[in-house]
Write a protein that binds this ligand. Structure first.
Ligand SMILES: Cc1cc2nc3c(=O)[nH]c(=O)nc-3n(C[C@H](O)[C@H](O)[C@H](O)COP(=O)(O)OP(=O)(O)OC[C@H]3O[C@@H](n4cnc5c(N)ncnc54)[C@H](O)[C@@H]3O)c2cc1C
Length: 434
């Protein structure tokens, strides 16, 4: 049998390896040029490949799955996304493991559309992948432990990190659930290492502090920061202006759901719903990694191992099952320690852009709902144009949904999951039935 795996991050690589070791032929598809996904992102300037997979794994790099139909039938395009001559292919999968990971989340604030404001994930990808620092004097703001590896990567490429501003108070957050922290012992150790790096470079770490606005004429020149209370409301009189040439914001992660939604997989609490073998509600389709919950690379890898074995029809390794159980306890504690609190909405002015691609302001979004009665994702898109731009709601969709009281995963229904040209759509794909 052939197991098709989409996504070559920790979850997808583990699924491919396990299914191959169980005797299946494996097709591992990823839009990146190298194996590794986000956590193990490799330096693209280095031509070698760091990871080795069993011989019965065929890795299709530089290949986007741009649509999934029931079956499941996958439509692929191979070649640089922005280059000509990409080749098309269609695959009918016997068993499919979806391991497409997550996007990092940015919340809007005045000035977040200025050049020089990045998502923390973009800064991390440029530092890891191209050895490029997004600025010389960089401030990090948001919530969650992901800000630490980003700070480390920026320091590693020569940036001065002016501070790491954490909107929550992680000590109180973790103390409320020490068992969860212990369940992720490997991650806790990693956390300790990052704190040592920050101390060595004298980078201040400020809990209950956040960026309120970015300022600059043509690009960011400074930001206003302030202390915030438990609900992220500004503590009056604590505002400060900090000169910088880049600001990176990261407010956790959102699962990259479009292929799973297109395949018909049921969701629960915003993630793909899976059973203990990572089986989704669609027969023959499995999901692993951040698609099923945000818990870090170790949990993703364990889920991938379980999914790979189950997809190949082999017994599921007990060690991986135990890892998934512990990892989920850690993930629940992580979510409780770094919640998104409602006070972020206080930063929005009528002129703040909510959808940057289509330049939709907060005022325009409110008008769409209040004056033009746009409810539901389709009406909202058509009336306000939010989510209709180049990113197709990947950046703004969740925010628009939350601000308008729309179902939070509504923007994940994206039948064309990756950009394709009209000419490519018109081509007759080479059938490749497996
Ligand atoms: C930008 C970014 C940077 C991150 N950096 C770190 C970090 O440094 N440290 C850390 O602890 N955590 C990091 N994370 C969190 C991290 O995602 C995980 O903990 C871990 O990598 C999750 O593993 P995964 O296998 O679920 O997904 P990922 O590692 O995200 O892998 C998913 C893979 O699926 C591929 N893919 C998605 N959609 C398609 C498609 N339609 N067609 C083909 N391929 C597709 C992607 O190219 C990607 O390689 C980062 C997350 C993001 C979004």
């Amino acid at each position: 049998m052939t197991v098709t795996v989409v996504g070559a991050g920790p979850a997808g690589m583990a699924a491919a390896r396990t299914a191959a070791e169980a005797g299946a032929d494996v097709l591992l598809i990823d839009s990146g040029t190298k194996l590794g996904g986000q956590y193990h992102r490799q330096n693209s300037l280095y031509t070698g490949e760091k990871f080795a997979l069993p011989a019965n794994v065929t890795h299709l790099p530089d290949t986007a799955v741009w649509a999934v139909e029931p079956g499941p039938r996958l439509h692929l395009r191979t070649g640089p996304a922005d280059g000509p001559g990409r080749t098309g292919r269609t695959i009918d999968a016997d068993a499919l493991v979806l391991a497409t990971g997550a996007y990092d989340r940015a919340l809007p604030f005045p000035g977040w559309d200025l050049p020089g404001v990045y998502t923390a994930g973009a800064a991390q990808a440029m530092a890891k992948g191209q050895r490029v620092a997004v600025g010389r004097r960089v401030l990090l703001s948001g919530t969650g432990p992901f800000l630490f590896p980003v700070a480390e990567s920026l320091l590693g490429v020569g940036a001065e990190v002016l501070g790491v501003l954490e909107a929550n108070h992680p000590v109180t957050g973790w103390l409320a659930n020490p068992g969860g922290l212990l369940a992720g012992a490997a991650k806790a150790a990693e956390l300790g290492r990052y704190l040592a790096v920050l101390a060595r470079h004298r980078v201040p770490y400020r809990p209950r502090t956040t960026v309120l606005a970015a300022h600059g004429e043509h690009r960011v020149e400074a930001v206003t920061t302030a202390r915030v209370d438990r609900d992220w409301r500004v503590v009056p009189g604590t505002e400060q202006r900090v000169e910088c040439d880049a600001a990176c914001v990261g407010f956790g992660f959102l699962p990259q759901l479009e292929l799973a939604v297109a395949a018909g997989c049921a969701l629960r609490d915003g993630f793909v719903d899976v059973d203990f073998t990572q089986r989704t509600s669609v027969p023959g389709v499995f999901a692993a990694g951040e698609l099923t919950g945000i818990g870090g690379a170790v949990l993703s890898e364990d889920e991938g191992t379980v999914a790979g074995a189950a997809a190949a029809g082999a017994p599921v390794p007990r060690r991986a099952l135990r890892g998934v159980r512990a990892g989920r306890r850690f993930a629940a504690a992580l979510e409780a320690a770094y919640p998104i609190r409602s006070g972020w909405r206080d930063r929005l002015t009528g002129d703040t852009l909510v959808c940057r691609c289509e330049e939709v302001t907060y005022r325009a979004l409110c008008d769409a709902v209040e004056k033009r009665d746009a409810t539901g994702v389709r009406a909202l898109k058509l009336v306000s144009r939010a989510g209709l731009g180049q990113c197709q709601g990947r950046i703004c969709g969740r925010t628009v949904a939350e601000l308008t009281g729309t179902e939070t995963t509504a923007f994940s229904k994206r039948p064309i999951a990756a950009p394709v040209r009209l000419g490519e759509l018109a081509e007759i794909p080479k059938e490749d039935k497996k």
